[in-house]
Design a protein around this ligand. Structure first.
Ligand code: PGA
Length: 250
């Protein structure tokens, strides 16, 4: 059985002090059971200190982005080994804000995914359609293209280190959540695609998270769907109470 994975994407929120107090709140409210994995993805500037606080807890650390080169003249960028040196185990790649605000395309995302895996990081690979694409009824085509291009050249073995996060863009930060049925439909489409492109075993084992206005009030019904294996949470992960309540639903 797949274990549920709840990840908090803090985005560009929380300075160092605020990060330390948020993660301390999360740690103190987490139970000891092993039923679901918990990942926090603070901004780069807090990774090292958050890592110090989560040591010996079940909370794991992720970054929100990285570049696909190891070092060099890339002003403002961060490499996989830098992330590993401050305790990151995961990295979010392909987030729609990276795609839309910073112009990252499938090809760049694919390079980043390959580099992250090669460096021993696990990837939370985000995909999802815009409102216009949903209204045009091309959600499946969009999601399929993002997966095929983003995972181009990725081996079956690598797939063990990938989580897919389905995040319909129209649901991110808008308060508009996909209904559990809408999300389940796309999750099941994604799982079938993975089964066709890799294997049934990989499809059965891969974690597919839902993201887009996940809140304590809607988490349980979303997570009760058979192909929804967790959540990538933005706004609701910025307060320990609401994040913990989503973890508890899982
Ligand atoms: P949201 O963000 O929960 O604020 O909608 C989710 C995400 O962008 O990962």
């Amino acid at each position: 059985m797949r274990k549920k994975v709840i990840a908090g994407n803090w985005k560009m929120n929380k300075d160092l002090n605020e990060s330390q107090s948020l993660v301390s709140g999360i740690i103190s409210g987490l139970g000891n059971d092993d039923k679901c994995d918990v990942i926090v993805c603070p901004p780069y500037t807090s990774l090292n200190e958050v890592h110090a606080l989560i040591k010996n807890t079940k909370v794991k650390l992720g970054a929100q982005n990285m570049f696909y080169e190891e070092s060099g003249a890339y002003t403002g960028e961060i490499s996989p080994s830098m992330l590993k040196s401050v305790g990151c185990e995961y990295v979010i790649l392909g987030h729609s804000e990276r795609r839309n605000i910073f112009g990252e395309g499938d090809e760049m995302i694919n390079k980043k995914i390959k580099k992250a895996l090669e460096s021993g990081l696990k990837v939370i690979f985000c995909i999802g359609e815009s409102l216009a694409q949903r209204e045009e009824s091309i959600t499946n085509d969009v999601v399929k293209n993002q997966i095929v291009n983003g995972l181009n050249g990725i081996t079956s073995d690598d797939m063990k280190n990938i989580i897919i996060a389905y995040e319909p863009i129209w649901a991110i930060g808008t308060g508009k959540t996909a209904t559990p049925e809408q999300a389940q439909e796309v999750h099941s489409f994604i799982r079938n695609l993975i089964s066709n492109n890799f294997s049934n075993e990989i499809a059965e084992n891969i974690v597919i998270q839902y993201g887009g206005s996940v809140k304590p009030e809607n988490a349980a019904t979303l997570l009760s769907k058979p192909d929804i294996d967790g959540a990538l949470v933005g706004g609701a992960c910025l307060k320990a109470d609401s994040f913990l309540s989503i973890v508890a639903s899982a």
